[in-house]
Design a protein around this ligand. Structure first.
Ligand code: SAH
Length: 219
């Protein structure tokens, strides 16, 4: 990339922060700082790098998508993160959302079902020096019991219902943010709080569109 190209991306990143995030109500300063820090162009194909900061999702390998920046910010803010939280993401994809999370909390665990995406995300993190993200290849509808309980769990693919293993792996006081819908195409973004061992509170946040969550407790 030329110096001019890099300057352009810096400008577009600022437009994303100001117009697409702050302009639409994202207020969490840790989320805004994280999205200012992570070079989104590194998470998409070189040929679409110039579109990396556009207000839309973009295609990645395996027929999947990297979410629209606003949705990444909105979901991250909805997790109400604290620095020492243990976070699980389901659906690593490009690794962008995990990278944003990793600038806010000490360790991020992320599960991806497609090997090709898990591997390229690992390479990206290595190249960028993001050492606090651990990726597991497998079915994220089963969570990742080895590191549970989690203070926050975010699912970046649309589920037919909330997978029970994720509820079990949520710490008391923990928050789960997940798109849920009865069709594969449109979902409601849901936040579930575990307020006590056997008490969960569910809120509906907004309408969203995600690729399907495929697995034992998914589609
Ligand atoms: N967070 C990603 C967005 C990824 S799109 C990013 O920032 O780029 C959703 C991802 O979920 C896809 O990569 C898809 O392969 C993955 N996925 C779908 N079902 C899954 C499952 N059961 N377990 C883990 N990953 C899954």
């Amino acid at each position: 990339m030329t110096a001019q190209g890099l300057e352009m991306l810096d400008y577009l990143r600022e437009v994303m922060i100001r117009e697409h995030l702050q302009g639409r109500g994202i207020r969490d300063t840790a989320v805004l700082a994280a999205m200012r820090e992570v070079p989104r162009e590194e998470f998409v194909d070189e040929r679409v790098a110039a579109k990396a900061y556009g207000d839309h999702p973009l295609p990645i390998a395996g027929g999947q998508t990297i979410s629209q920046p606003y949705i990444v910010a909105y979901m991250t803010e909805a997790l109400e993160l604290k620095h020492n939280d243990r976070v699980l993401e389901i659906g690593t994809g490009s690794g962008y959302a995990a990278a944003v999370l990793s600038r806010i909390v000490t360790t991020v665990y992320s599960v991806e079902r497609l090997d090709v995406l898990a591997q390229s995300a690992r390479q990206r993190f290595e190249r960028l020096g993001y050492t606090n993200i651990v990726i597991h290849e497998g079915d994220g509808t089963l969570g990742w019991p080895d590191h549970a309980p989690y203070d926050a769990i975010v699912v970046t693919a649309g589920a037919p219902r909330v997978p029970p293993p994720l509820l079990e792996q949520l710490a008391t006081g923990g928050r789960l943010v997940i798109p849920v819908g009865s069709s594969c195409e449109v979902q409601s973004l849901i936040r579930v709080r575990r307020v006590a061992e056997h008490d969960y509170r569910r809120e509906e946040l907004c309408g969203v569109r995600f690729v399907p969550l495929i697995g034992a407790a998914g589609w």
